[in-house]
Design a binder for this molecule. Structure first.
Ligand code: FES
Length: 109
């Protein structure tokens, strides 16, 4: 089962910004490019550091710690730190209704 959970007001996510939110038990990274909103897991799969300290270049999110790079459209890994087997980022369905951002979470099993 999945359900939509409120994350933030859309006006609080400026264009070209990256923000982290705690939504129930998940840490969610919201990325607002000029034309699209993305919701991804907020911790880097390499060593768990917060991706909110990373940088964005087009559709590429770069971790600020060991410079793994991820495609924000599908979460795939574009560059791995040396000697690691870093997986891609989990993506969350995201929508905006009446100025409120919602992400879809899976219920606990
Ligand atoms: S923690 Fe992100 S690349 Fe190492």
């Amino acid at each position: 089962m999945c359900r939509w959970c409120k994350v933030a007001e859309f006006k609080d996510i400026q264009p070209n910004s990256i923000k982290e939110f705690q939504v129930e038990r998940d840490k969610i990274l919201l990325i607002n490019t000029q034309d699209q909103l993305y919701a991804l897991e907020a911790s880097c799969p390499h060593m768990g550091y917060p991706l909110r300290f990373g940088s964005l270049s087009g559709k590429v999110l770069r971790c600020g710690f060991h410079y793994a790079e991820f495609n924000i459209e599908d979460g795939s890994v574009l560059a791995k730190p040396v000697d690691s087997d870093t997986r891609g980022l989990k993506r969350y369905p995201v929508k905006v209704e009446e100025g409120i951002i919602f992400v879809q979470l899976e219920d606990e099993k």
